[in-house]
Structure formats: structure tokens, C-alpha cells
Design a protein around this ligand. Structure first.
Ligand code: PHE
Length: 331
């Protein structure tokens, strides 16, 4: 039994010699059984028991040696079975909001826009005052702000127009920039609204920028983002930082005018706001409004993505349900 217990194997040949010696047809334990007939009768029982124990020990040690060799083989490439199928791993996919953001940037980069970013925690100046929100004006409440500190006010930015102020303060026209990013508003979460969502804002400031430039740029965008058939319309609106201001609608991408509850049977869906940059905003950033003019627009990336892929509930974007996310595997 000592010999069995101390037996070491490092490869299949060692294992085979163990097998031949202790298990195989002519093994040495078998020899002991054949010596049985020479054992005096009164000792036969004890002798038989001992030999049986030895036989069992040889068997269980054999199993142990096989297992130890197998586990070593996993690490030893020379023994790896390359014909075995590999472990299945599943791949992640691009998030639909990311896909829309990337497409957005691609469309605008081709017409000379760059991408800028700024902090999600903003001061009052960049989120409101520089954007021509008058002190104590109800327009500040229009945006359901999450304040972090009062006097001086620090808040989670309610739009990425704050980034446009940072660009206007730090760069000389001509300026063509896109500011994608997360924004925050104290709104109840529903299928159409969330307290955290993503915006894409655009800003173009140069000599002689006109409203027709804005219209044509957004028309181009709508055709590139959706389809050649997509129509666009402007409705008069109000924002403190643009004058004149407009709300942008596109023809409904879900029903194409047939009528559905996404467009509330109007055939049109709002995708954002836009307008000519108010001269006060340019002046606040030390840009001479008698020389320069500009347009700006802002859209929700969630809304665009819903229209693009027919997603009916924006909560799906943040629930991380793989059954939803997997549908975008091909992006
Ligand atoms: N900042 C506006 C909003 O968040 C959108 C907008 C941007 C409107 C630029 C006009 C011009 O609602």
C-alpha cells in the first residue's frame, strides 16, 4: 500500500505503468490472490480482507491519478483538445442612444461641425444668466431644475446650451459646434419623459448666418437621420436665448401620416427647439452682435432614437434588459 500511495504520475505513460502494475490483468495484487491457497485455513479470511483492501485502494488511487492528470492537462497546452467546441461567449452591442449620437455627429461633422463638452454640474451663469434668462423670470421654472446649492446657485444642467456658452466665451467665430450630453430635469418618469436624458445641441455663429441657414441645415439633418422622404416644419415658440424661436417637427416616422398615437394622429412629431441666437447671448460672451449672428438648436437624443427604431417607451433605454438591447446587435 505504501507503493500505491506514493506513486506519482506526470503523463499518460506513467499512468499506464501504474495501471499495468496494480490494475491490469497480470497485476501484483492479483498475484497475492493466487497465493491464497498456500495460506493456512484459519488465516485465509484475514488475508483475503487485506488483499481486498489493497485492491480497493489501488482502484481509488487510479481515479485520483486520472483526475490529477486531467486537471494538469487543462493548463498544459500540449494536451489540450483543440477539436472541442469553445465555451460560448455572448457579445455586447452598441446602445441605441450611442448609435444615434454617433450618427448625429457624423452628419454634422460632414458639414463642418466639431464636438464640444462641458460639466454636468453647472453654475447659474452658464445654465441660465448668460443664456438671457432674466433674474426671477418664470422661464427658469420652465426647466424644473435640480439645485445642488443656493446663492450662488449650482445645479445639474437642464440643457447642454450651457456648453454653448462655454464655447462662445472661449472661441472666436466662425463657430460650428455640437454639444451632446446628459441633462437633468425634475420631471416624473413616464414612457415619454425622464428626469435624466440626453440632448444634442448645435450652434453656428459667423458673419451673415440667417434663419434660412438654420432651416436648410435641419432639413438636411432630418433627411440624413431618417429618410429622404422626411418632411420638416417649424412652429413659432419662445426660448430666452433665441429670437425668433421655433419648435421643430418632423413628419411622423412611425405612421408616415396615416395616424398613430405617437404623433397623436397629427402626422407630425416634435423633435426639439431652435432659433436665431439672441444678440444678448452673444454680447454676454463678448462677441460683437453687430458683426456676428448665429443659430442654435437642441434636440432630445431619446426622442430621435425612439422615432428611428420605433421604440415606444423611453424607460427601455435605461433598464438594461438584454432582450431589448440584443435587438440592436447589428448596429
Ligand atoms: N435648450 C433648449 C431646451 O433644452 C433647446 C434649444 C436649444 C432651443 C437651442 C433653442 C435653441 O429646451
Amino acid at each position: 500500500s505504501e507503493e500505491i500511495n506514493s506513486f506519482k504520475v506526470s503523463n499518460a505513460d506513467d499512468l499506464e505503468s501504474y495501471r499495468l502494475r496494480f490494475i491490469g490483468r497480470k497485476n501484483i495484487i492479483g498475484d497475492l490472490f493466487s497465493q491464497m491457497r498456500d495460506v493456512p485455513n484459519d488465516q485465509k479470511k484475514a488475508f483475503g480482507q487485506k488483499v481486498n483492501e489493497l485492491k480497493n485502494l489501488a482502484q481509488s488511487k487510479f481515479q485520483e491519478l486520472i483526475e490529477s492528470l486531467n486537471s494538469d492537462n487543462v493548463r498544459d497546452e500540449s494536451h489540450a483538445d483543440l477539436t472541442l467546441p469553445s465555451a460560448k461567449s455572448s457579445f455586447g452591442s452598441i446602445h441605441p442612444l450611442t448609435a444615434t449620437r454617433q450618427r448625429f455627429i457624423q452628419i454634422f461633422e460632414r458639414i463642418g461641425f466639431n464636438v464640444s463638452s462641458g460639466p454636468e454640474i453647472e453654475d447659474d451663469w452658464h445654465n441660465f444668466t448668460a443664456l438671457n434668462f432674466p433674474e426671477n423670470h418664470p422661464a427658469r421654472e420652465m426647466q424644473d431644475t435640480f439645485f445642488i446649492e443656493k446663492d450662488p446657485d449650482i445645479a445639474l444642467r437642464t440643457h447642454t446650451s450651457s456648453v454653448q456658452i462655454r464655447v462662445l466665451e472661449n472661441e472666436e467665430p466662425p463657430i460650428r459646434t455640437l454639444s451632446p450630453g446628459r441633462v437633468f430635469r425634475n420631471e416624473a418618469i413616464s414612457a415619454r419623459a425622464h428626469c435624466v436624458f440626453h440632448q444634442m445641441e448645435g450652434l453656428y455663429v459667423d458673419k451673415g448666418v440667417s434663419f434660412s441657414d438654420l432651416k436648410q441645415t435641419l432639413y438636411h439633418f432630418a433627411k440624413e437621420m431618417f429618410s429622404k422622404k422626411t418632411q420638416i416644419r417649424f412652429r413659432p415658440s419662445y426660448f430666452p436665448f433665441t429670437e425668433p424661436s421655433a419648435e421643430i417637427d418632423i413628419s411622423c416616422q412611425i405612421c408616415h401620416g396615416e395616424g398613430c398615437n405617437i404623433c397623436k394622429y397629427t402626422g407630425w412629431v416634435e423633435i426639439g427647439g431652435a432659433g436665431m441666437v439672441d444678440p444678448n447671448v452673444l454680447e454676454n460672451c463678448n462677441i460683437d452682435s453687430s458683426i456676428y449672428s448665429g443659430f442654435a438648436f437642441g434636440m432630445g437624443i431619446e426622442r430621435i432614437t425612439m422615432l428611428r427604431y420605433g421604440v415606444k417607451d423611453l424607460r427601455l433605454f435605461t433598464e438594461n434588459d438584454v432582450r431589448f438591447l440584443k435587438q440592436f446587435n447589428s448596429l
